[in-house]
Every structure is written in structure tokens, then in C-alpha cells.
Design a protein around this ligand. Structure first.
Ligand code: PEP
Ligand code: MG
Length: 877
């Protein structure tokens, strides 16, 4: 018989697959002796069974009943006991945390009778009524699927009637009225009364939590975060402790370090006389956690001790939920804290310094995506106007966009490609599509741990929350001093400082980008120090080098500053555009015997181009690829030429049109390009090889050490390379220089016959853009915009194979070519220069496959360096 239920005494943190993150960590905290209320977890197995079969497994009922018995014994109260009832919370908890995405019901076990028992036991009518109206609200919304407004409406009327601002101040009579109103609402809306039997409530809540796994917002969140759909959620049933038992009670959330900057210290929010989600829902403005020191020094000290213990135990930042019931501290949840990219770098290095983790582990605690985000721009403060307001700096970044007050509209505008700042009084999980679309999120209520802040950090969006000087209405917001923001106005928000402008503020590069460019020293601040140390460590650990793709001296110099130790791809086609296009046109039109003059002129220009880039990369290798694209790309468009020829039918226009027609190809990507061009268009490649040799010779004369390499594109057969290699040798022998000549491997046939090509090649470089295009047989220029979204939606692929290497297909060609190539030519130098060279997941594969370097765009070089170091660490493990 499968065991679907585990007591908190019997699990541990390693069982997140089965118990969900929350359940596994509750068990772990119990094991550590922390004050966790008794409870048990229903496994994700049970959820998967329920989702597949539409009903819970038959043995579950008995297993839950036994656990309820045990819980009753542990707590000393009985479920449904009208004198002194046991109440429980029913909380979702998947393997990976999905904050606010699934359902939770608190205070299960209350009914018209037990509520009086609760009032008598605690000698507090208002508390009992408040607890019941909360159950009715949560049950109504999450289990019965009723609209939140049906509950929040009467609540706000009750506040107005009683003349109070906070729910906690409502008198018992008002709360009893609410209880009756809510029971009526439930009856009217569902046709059935609120279930009075506590066990019925429990089962309905359990099934609602299971069902919420496939709720719309949970699905959207999983897609965005790449969380598999088939994990399911566990359900935690926990004995209730009450934060709403008066001013010596309360509930809070805490981080063991600042989740925004990583700075050590006490961070979190506390709300007195409150329960459950009140803190994160941004319903009332919360106090900073540090205030708890004055409110309840003993509980505060204990909390700090528990936080310290948890951080030492988990060796990472922990995010904690706790409740204080009449002075006594209870730990309700812990998990590894979500953090901003800046905090991730800072914390990783601090934990190394504190001896909690090794440098190897620190490297795996940060990601390429986080590093990319750290290189995003920040506001140019020197030229910024006065901000109109400020709030809590909840998720860093500088976001500028149109103010939009409705999440649905925000999502639509974002879909249409517009930059949007979503402005809300507070956010709730239904706002998720708008939050995903927005570049920034601004709220008037809630602290660093509000829903808006937590989700924004997870999504990597800039967020300012709790800007309480703003009054947010349906389509505009009123700010201090008569300022207003209307739907569609441009606003700027700074998630690092919390400032808000009703204007577009200019942005400048980030400190991390400046550090990489050498404009700021590594010691500029705690963040640059952390980045510098982790990058240095990544470089030490990595086996594979990082080179860059650059076509100009300026780009090459930038790449070098970003840590690239070579140029893996200098595309020469850009050098044939602009005002040089005319020369190329002449070359294409000329009879073979007349090409010499034009080639000579082009050569002089190319020598200049190559000198520039070789000089910027002095002493480092520069792989220059000979011309690749089809010739027609250098002619005016066929349609334009036809029009021009009709309007102005000169002999020259007619000739141009004839040539364009001759060169026209239905599938130019599969046509006369790359080495095919080099073989057919006599003199073109020879000219380029001469220019490379000439540029190197001129620099050597100046005492520099240029290291050019020549790369032949689109080779599919060894004979193509042989022909070009002979040509190159002939040219190079005149210059008395040694320049390696290699080939791209970007046609599947080249990969499959790499052993025959290798003897003629000094190096291989995988052109994974073309290799992906040709292996899949889809056009890299067209398909991403046409059917890829459907393919992603239907799970044909998880990510675009142009972004992350398809290791099963294209990757298998890469490994085949590496092993065939090395068998034939054991010291063959091998790299990759397609877009995948800058993608961390692909880099890991290239490392495993034994490549010597990856080459990517200069801005990706830092990310690639990090990924290469991480790949080496992972491979060791
Ligand atoms: C490639 O095909 O991967 C490549 C680097 O060349 P290009 O993108 O210029 O075709
Ligand atoms: Mg290519």
C-alpha cells in the first residue's frame, strides 16, 4: 500500500520531490528542534493521482484520518469538538516554491458550534468571530471559487460603519455580522450552506489545493519559470496557531540577509494582530521586523537565533514565515530565499568568507542570467528631475514605460511590444500576466515581502512597492503636491532606490558593466567586489577559453576588456556594405578578366579593416572568416531593380537586372554562398587571404604580434577545403607568414565526414546557427517569428534551438565531428562561434564535448566566462 501521508516527525529537507518544498522544510525544522506546530503532509504522489484520476487514492482517507487522530493527541484538542476545537491550516506546497500561485485555507474546523467553543476557550468573542469570517472568506474564494469582492465588499462596509481603518479593530458584533453575511453569500452563490462538518471542510480544502495546481495563474507561473507541469503539489495540514489573538500576537516574514542587496542583517516585515497572508498581501502597511525587538524582545531574540541556525544549517539565505501567538514564537515555514542578482553575487562571496560554502559551490550559486541582468543600465542621476514620490526599493533596475493601471491591459500592451509600468494599489496572484509583461511594477501598499516584491524579484522585474504617498485609482494615481499620473503617461521607477518620476529619466550603464569595461575598479562597491571575485574564480576554474565574435576594432577592443582572449569569428560581409557596395556591385558585374582592378581596390580597404582588428587583439588569435553570404545580398533588391528598369531603361540598369535575375535563388541560404562562392568567384577569396597576410605583415613591421587565422565557411566536403587550402598556401608563401587555415563545421555533411576534412584543417569552428538550421531543415531567418511559439506551446521544444543547443540532434553532430576530427588530427583546435557560444546551457555541453573555446558576442563574454567556470566545476562533480 502506498503511503501518501507523512508526519512532520518523519521527513526531512531532501524529500522535496515527495513532500514539496514547504513540507520537506517543515519536517527539517521539526528535526532541528525548532518550534513548528504539529502537522503532516499529503504527498505530491497523491496530487498526481488526483489530477490523473479525478479522485483521491482510496487509501488516502484512512491515512489522513489516522494523522488527524495523531494531531488531536499531539495538540490535545479534537476536530469538531464544540467545547475546545482543533483547527488546522491546509496549505499548498510544490517542490519548487511558487509564491502565491496556489491555494491555502486557514482555520479549517470552525463551524457554528465550534466557533463558540473557540470563543470560550480563549475567552475572546472578537477573536473567534474574526477567525470564522477568515475561514468563510478563504473557503469561499479558494475552495468554492467565489469572487473576492463578495467578501472584501462587506468587510470594507463594516470598517466604514465601525469607523476603523484596520480589520483588527472591528468589534465582535461587526465580525459576527460579517460571519452571517458571508454564510448568506455562500448559500446564495452555491445553493448549499457552508459545510459544517470539519472533515468535509478538510477534504474539500485538500481537493481545492490539488486542483489549484492546474489553476490559470499557477500554469502561467510555471511556464514563465520553466517548472514542469507534472510535479503536482503536496498539501500540508498544520495545527493552527493564531497571530490574530490581540496585540501580543502577530505574524511576519523574515530573510536572513537583505534579499535585494545581499547585505547581512535583519530583514523582514511584521504585522501585529494579523494572520497568514495579511503580511504579504499588502493589506496593511507593515512594520519593519526590527521593531519586533521592542514589541516582544524575547520572541525577537529567539527568532534571530532560529534564523542563524537555519542559515548555518542550509548554508544559504533563508526566507522564513513565523507567527507569534500571545507572546510565543512559532516557525511556520522556511525555504531558500529568492534574491536579486546583486544579492546572489554578494551572498555567494560572503558565504565563502564565512566558511559556509566552498568557492566551487559559490560559483554554482549564481547564474549567467543574473550576471546579464547586473549589466543592465541604471538611471543617470546627474540629469534626472526631482522624483515625485518614493517607495520601498523592492527589486532593482531602472524601468521606464507607460503607466498602465490594469494587469490585463498591461499584458496586451506588452504583447504589442510596448514598455509598460504596471501601477496597482497592491498586486495579487491574478495580476501575474500583467506583471510578466511589464518592465516595472509600482504599488502603493506592501513591503519588501509583499506579493508584488516577491514576484517581481522572481521575474527579474524592477519593482517599487509601498509608495504610500500615491493614491492609486482605476486609471490614474494621485501623488503628493497635486502630482498625478494618468494611464499612458511615461513614468520611471528605480527599484534600487525606490524613487518614482512622472517622466522619462535617461539611463546610463550599470556599475557592473562599467567594471567590466574597466571604467570602475573592482573595489567600487560590495557588488563589484563580489562580481570580480567570482569572475576571477570562474576564470581560474575554467578549461574552455572564451573568445568573442567581432567585426571591427572597436568591438574587438570591447570584447578584450570583457575578458575575451581571442576573436573566434570576424565576419567580413559587413565590410562589403555601405559605400563599398558599389565596388562589390562592379565586381559581380565584371567579366572575370576585368575583376582585377576592383579586387585591388577592395583589398586595400580590407587590409585596413584587418589591421584595425588585429591591432586591437595584439598577441591574441583572430579568426577571420572569408565572405559567406550569397552575392545577391550585395545587389539592390530584385523588385527595386525591376521598377527602376521600367522607369529608367538604361543599358546599365538592364545589365544589373539581368545579373540579379541570374543570381536570384529560391533558397539563398542553401545556395551559392560560403566556400562555394570562393570556388566559383575566382579571385575573391584570394584577395581576402592576401589582405589578411598583408595586414599582419604591416603590423609585424611595427613590432606588433598579430595572430590571424583564416576560416572557410560552409564547407561540406573535404575537397572544397583542399582547394581553398591550396590557394591559401600559394598566397601565403609569397608573404612568408604562417597563418593557420581552418574551416567552419556548419553543414551536417561536414560534421559526418569530419575525419576526411580534418587532415586539411588547422582548426574547426562550429557554426551552430547554420548547423541548427540545416539539421532541422528550418530557416533561421523565418521560423522563430512564424511557428516557434506554437512549437513551444505544444512542447515540441522547451526553448528555441537557436538559443540553446539541441544537444540530442545538433549536439550529436557536434560530438561526432569532434571525435572524428580529433581521431584524424589529434591536436586540432576546436571552438564554436554560433550564437550558442554565449548560452550557459549550451556552454556546459561544449565543455563536456571537449571544445577548446566558445566564441560569442562581446557583451555575452562575461556570462560565457562564468558559464565556462561553472561547467568545469559541474564536470568535476
Ligand atoms: C553560424 O552559422 O553559426 C555562424 C557563426 O555563421 P553565420 O551566423 O554568419 O552564418
Ligand atoms: Mg554560418
Amino acid at each position: 500500500m502506498t503511503n501518501y501521508v507523512f508526519n512532520f516527525d518523519s521527513g526531512d529537507a531532501t524529500q522535496a520531490d515527495l513532500l514539496g518544498g514547504k513540507g520537506a522544510n517543515l519536517a527539517e525544522m521539526t528535526r532541528l528542534g525548532l518550534p513548528v506546530p504539529p502537522g503532516f503532509t499529503i504527498t505530491t504522489d497523491a496530487c498526481r493521482y488526483f489530477l490523473a484520476e479525478g479522485a483521491v487514492p482510496s487509501e488516502l482517507e484512512e491515512q489522513v484520518r489516522q494523522q488527524v487522530d495523531a494531531l488531536e493527541k499531539a495538540i490535545g484538542r479534537r476536530f469538531g469538538d464544540s467545547a475546545d476545537p482543533l483547527l488546522v491550516s491546509v496549505r499548498s506546497g510544490a517542490k519548487v516554491s511558487m509564491p502565491g500561485m496556489m491555494d491555502t485555507v486557514l482555520n479549517v474546523g470552525l463551524n457554528d458550534e465550534t466557533v463558540h467553543g473557540l470563543a470560550a476557550t480563549f475567552n475572546d468573542e472578537a477573536f473567534a468571530a474574526d477567525t470564522y469570517r477568515r475561514l468563510l472568506t478563504m473557503f469561499g474564494q479558494t475552495v468554492l471559487g467565489l469572487d473576492a469582492a463578495l467578501f472584501s465588499g462587506p468587510l470594507s462596509i463594516a470598517r466604514t460603519k465601525a469607523g476603523v481603518d484596520n480589520d483588527g479593530e472591528l468589534p465582535a458584533s461587526a465580525l459576527w455580522d460579517l460571519v452571517n453575511d458571508y454564510k448568506d453569500v455562500i448559500y446564495q452563490q452555491t445553493g448549499s450552506p457552508f459545510p459544517q462538518n470539519p472533515l468535509d471542510q478538510l477534504w474539500m480544502a485538500i481537493e481545492a489545493v490539488f486542483t489549484s495546481w492546474n489553476g490559470e495563474r499557477a500554469k502561467v507561473y510555471r511556464k514563465r519559470e520553466g517548472i514542469p507541469d507534472d510535479l503536482g503539489t503536496a498539501v500540508n495540514i498544520v495545527g493552527m496557531v493564531f497571530g490574530n489573538r490581540g496585540s501580543d500576537s502577530g505574524t511576519g516574514v523574515a530573510f536572513t540577509r537583505d534579499p535585494s542587496s545581499g547585505e547581512p542583517g535583519v530583514w523582514g516585515d511584521y504585522l501585529a494582530n494579523a494572520q497568514g497572508e495579511d503580511v504579504v498581501a499588502g493589506i496593511r502597511n507593515v512594520s519593519p521586523l526590527a521593531d519586533l525587538e521592542h514589541i516582544n524582545p524575547t520572541a525577537y531574540r529567539q527568532l534571530l537565533e532560529h534564523m542563524e541556525l537555519l542559515e548555518q544549517h542550509y548554508r544559504d539565505v533563508c526566507d522564513i514565515e513565523f507567527t507569534i501567538e500571545q507572546g510565543k514564537l512559532w516557525m511556520l515555514q522556511t525555504r531558500i530565499g529568492k534574491r536579486t542578482p546583486a544579492a546572489a553575487f554578494r551572498v555567494a562571496i560572503d558565504l565563502v568568507d564565512e566558511g559556509l560554502i566552498s568557492a566551487d559551490e559559490a560559483l554554482t550559486r549564481v547564474s549567467g542570467e543574473q550576471l546579464t541582468r547586473l549589466m543592465f543600465p541604471a538611471f543617470d542621476r546627474a540629469n534626472a528631475p526631482e522624483p515625485i514620490a518614493s517607495g520601498v526599493a523592492a527589486a532593482p533596475g531602472a524601468a521606464v514605460g507607460q503607466a498602465i493601471f490594469d494587469p490585463q491591459r498591461a499584458a496586451e500592451k506588452a504583447e504589442a511590444g510596448e514598455d509598460v509600468i504596471l501601477i496597482r494599489d497592491e498586486t495579487n496572484p491574478d495580476d501575474l500576466p500583467g506583471m510578466i509583461g511589464a518592465v516595472g511594477i509600482l504599488t502603493a501598499r506592501g513591503g519588501k515581502t509583499s506579493h508584488a516584491a516577491v514576484v517581481a524579484r522572481g521575474l527579474g522585474k524592477t519593482c517599487v512597492c509601498g509608495a504610500d504617498s500615491l493614491e492609486v485609482l482605476d486609471d490614474h494615481a494621485k501623488g503628493p503636491n497635486g502630482s498625478e499620473i494618468h494611464e499612458g503617461d511615461i513614468v520611471s521607477i528605480d527599484g534600487t532606490s525606490g524613487e518614482i518620476w512622472a517622466d522619462a529619466v535617461a539611463v546610463t550603464s550599470s556599475p557592473v558593466e562599467k567594471y567590466f569595461k574597466g571604467e570602475l575598479g573592482a573595489d567600487a562597491d560590495a557588488l563589484t567586489r563580489a562580481v570580480d571575485r567570482l569572475m576571477t574564480y570562474a576564470d581560474e576554474r575554467s578549461r574552455m577559453e572564451v573568445w568573442a565574435n567581432a567585426d571591427t576594432g572597436a568591438d574587438a577592443a570591447l570584447a578584450r576588456r570583457f575578458g575575451a582572449v581571442g576573436i573566434g569569428l570576424c565576419r567580413t560581409e559587413h565590410m562589403f556594405l555601405g559605400d563599398r557596395r558599389e565596388l562589390v556591385e562592379k565586381l559581380i558585374l565584371a567579366e572575370p578578366e576585368q575583376r582585377g582592378g576592383v579586387l585591388e581596390q577592395l583589398k586595400e580597404l580590407q587590409v585596413g579593416d584587418f589591421q584595425e582588428i588585429l591591432e586591437a587583439m595584439d598577441e591574441l588569435p583572430v579568426v577571420i572568416r572569408l565572405l559567406d553570404p550569397p552575392l545577391h545580398e550585395f545587389l539592390p533588391s530584385f523588385v527595386d531593380l525591376s521598377v527602376e528598369n521600367a522607369v529608367n531603361p538604361t543599358e546599365a540598369n538592364a545589365e544589373l537586372l539581368r545579373t540579379a535575375r541570374k543570381l536570384h535563388e529560391h533558397n539563398p541560404m542553401l545556395g551559392l554562398r560560403g566556400v562555394r562562392l570562393g570556388i566559383v568567384l575566382e579571385g575573391l577569396y584570394t584577395m581576402q587571404i592576401q589582405a589578411v597576410a598583408e595586414a599582419a605583415a604591416r603590423l609585424s613591421e611595427r613590432g606588433l604580434q598579430p595572430k590571424p587565422e583564416i576560416m572557410i565557411p560552409l564547407v561540406g566536403d573535404h575537397r572544397e577545403l583542399e582547394i581553398m587550402k591550396d590557394k591559401a598556401n600559394e598566397v601565403l608563401s609569397d608573404f612568408n607568414v604562417e597563418i593557420p587555415v581552418g574551416t567552419m563545421i556548419e553543414v551536417p555533411r561536414a560534421a559526418l565526414t569530419a575525419d576526411r576534412i580534418a587532415p586539411h584543417a588547422d582548426f574547426f569552428s562550429f557554426g551552430t546557427n547554420d548547423l541548427t538550421q540545416m539539421t532541422w531543415g528550418f530557416s533561421r531567418d523565418d521560423v522563430e517569428g512564424s511557428f516557434f511559439s506554437e512549437y513551444l506551446e505544444q512542447g515540441v521544444f522547451e526553448t528555441s534551438p537557436f538559443a540553446t543547443l539541441d544537444t540530442d540532434g545538433v549536439g550529436s553532430l557536434v560530438s561526432t565531428a569532434v571525435s572524428l576530427g580529433r581521431k584524424a588530427n589529434s591536436d586540432m583546435h576546436i571552438g564554436v562561434c554560433g550564437e550558442h557560444g554565449g548560452d550557459p546551457a549550451s556552454i556546459q555541453f561544449f565543455n563536456q564535448t571537449g571544445l577548446d573555446y566558445v566564441s560569442c558576442s562581446p557583451y555575452r563574454a562575461p556570462v560565457a566566462r562564468l558559464a565556462s567556470g561553472q561547467a568545469a566545476v559541474k564536470q568535476k562533480d
